[in-house]
Design a protein around this ligand. Structure first.
Ligand code: CA
Ligand code: CA
Length: 144
């Protein structure tokens, strides 16, 4: 398993569609980044990738990165400061749990899709979609 074989091309399209769908309800911007392995803890690495991808450039500081280190069997959800300032500390727990459950059973696509959907639902409470919304961050999956 590598970051390349983690999702088939078809599955990748479905994940991108899930992001598009989630972003119809919230101004939050969700991205997925895959890499094979990294020595740093997943959350630390996610923060780093978040900045490398320029995800801190959103107006409301409400970008969210779902980072997966495929070979390390590790992932992390990392939101920008605009989110952290207004949500409770356990905000991402249920999203993480859903993903973990699917990943554990090897259902990577499903884990991502349901995690994205849940993240979108959670975000819309604090960051509802607004007229004139822009797709501030690409919905494409990035790889490291
Ligand atoms: Ca948007
Ligand atoms: Ca987007």
């Amino acid at each position: 398993m590598s970051a390349e074989s983690f999702l088939t091309q078809q599955e990748e399209l479905e994940v991108i569609e899930a992001i598009r769908e989630a972003e119809r309800a919230t101004s939050g911007e969700i991205r997925v980044h895959l890499e094979s392995s990294h020595p740093d803890p997943a959350y630390d690495r996610a923060r780093e990738v978040f900045h490398e991808l320029g995800m801190d450039a959103t107006d409301l500081k409400n970008g969210v990165l779902i980072y997966v280190a495929v070979d390390d069997h590790a992932f992390a959800i990392c939101g920008d400061q605009g989110i952290n300032e207004v949500v409770p500390p356990d905000f991402w727990d249920c999203t993480r749990d859903i993903m973990q459950d699917h990943f554990r059973h090897g259902n990577f696509k499903q884990g991502l899709i349901e995690g994205i959907a849940r993240a979108g639902e959670k975000l819309k409470t604090f960051f509802p979609w607004q007229e004139g919304d822009k797709d501030e961050l690409s919905n494409e999956i990035s790889r490291g």
